[in-house]
Design a protein. Structure first.
Lengths: 115, 226
């Protein structure tokens, strides 16, 4: 398990294991991650195998290969990239810091079926 | 590493502001493509002389007679087309299309309903719409501003899902994918490099060859018997 704070990795690397980063996380071209990857925002230009979860979004560049389950707020896969796996991207797919506005009713709102 | 810029508003504008009038049309008979003059309402194919209609159609009630045009067709809300295969350039559906179809651009409105499969180059689901399709769709480019429920969606180019859009499918294949914040995608995803078909171009016009008499040959006389 690799836990990262606010630091950024900018070198080419090879990680076998789970990554949990409380910051944006980049996988540069030539780098590999085999294991689950969780970060605020993930940019993939290398190779990732395993479930990927990013609260803010996932970007896969044309050189990127991603093989695993995807969860995120947004996703951008450029043409030329490879991305395979189950995908649940968008609303309610990832835990948010604030709940969506349509779920929380105003305090003084009375429901139709309320007695 | 620099994040790529996603020109999403430009993409949406390209879809919504596209002129319904086609610039290049294919002949219904020989399939060759030719350019449309600016003020033409119909034209003849330069190769086979078959007529090519580019007039617009507006379906407001129940219509069963054939529509075969390269121009735009709009099926209004509460209208229904139940005729032979519908052929159109740009097909905008707000009502029910109960027949097979073939078009370049398919635009699905809020209450659109497709009852039979067809072929299209691009598909656009308008914001606020919810379209359930019971057959798989294959397109070159897709922009899903509403909700599209489909068994499988295969996009040769890029699939765009803006804010408020959603694709719910068992399988989605695409050459590229852009999902804006507020969009939703639930599927088994397969994004891989694909060969995107080229944009249609007009075929070169036929050159009329007129036989010229040879030098010394007199027209109308038999050369073997002067």
């Amino acid at each position: 398990m690799v836990a990262l704070g606010k630091g950024l990795i900018s070198h080419t690397f090879r990680i076998r294991g789970d990554v949990n980063a409380n910051s944006p996380f980049d996988v540069p071209e030539g780098s590999e991650v085999e294991g689950s990857l969780e970060a605020r925002r993930i940019l993939v230009a290398g190779f990732v195998r395993g479930p990927v979860s990013a609260r803010d979004g996932i970007v896969v560049l044309s050189t990127g290969i991603l093989d695993g389950e995807l969860k995120g707020g947004t996703i951008d896969v450029q043409e030329g990239a490879t991305c395979k796996g189950a995908c649940r991207v968008g609303r309610r797919s990832v835990g948010r810091s604030e709940p969506p506005p349509d779920v929380v009713p105003p305090e003084n709102q009375k429901w139709f079926f309320q007695r | 590493m620099v994040l790529p810029a996603v020109s999403f508003p430009d993409q949406i504008r390209r879809w919504t502001d596209a002129s319904p009038r086609p610039n290049i049309v294919a002949c219904f008979e020989c399939g060759r493509r030719s350019e449309v003059p600016e003020d033409a309402v119909a034209l003849f194919c330069p190769w086979c002389n078959a007529p090519i209609e580019i007039a617009p159609y507006d379906v407001a009630g129940l219509q069963t007679h054939v529509i075969r045009t390269r121009g735009p067709v709009i099926i209004q809300t509460r209208a229904r087309y139940d005729g032979p295969k519908l052929v159109a350039g740009r097909l905008e559906i707000h009502g029910v299309l109960a027949s097979e179809y073939a078009c370049e651009d398919l635009i699905l409105g809020r209450l659109a309903k497709l009852e039979k499969p067809g072929s299209q180059r691009r598909v656009h689901v308008m914001p606020g719409g919810r379209v359930e399709v019971e057959f798989p769709m294959e397109v070159v480019e897709a922009c899903i501003g509403g909700v599209l429920e489909v068994p499988s969606l295969d996009v040769m180019g890029t699939l765009y899902i803006p804010r408020g859009g959603a694709v719910i499918a068992r399988h989605v294949g695409a050459g590229g994918l852009v999902l804006e914040k507020g969009g939703r995608l639930e599927c088994e995803l397969d994004v891989s490099p694909r060969k995107r078909p080229e944009e249609p171009r007009a075929d070169p016009l036929p050159i009329l060859v007129v036989a010229q008499p040879e030098v010394g040959e007199s027209v109308g006389l038999n050369p073997t018997n002067p």
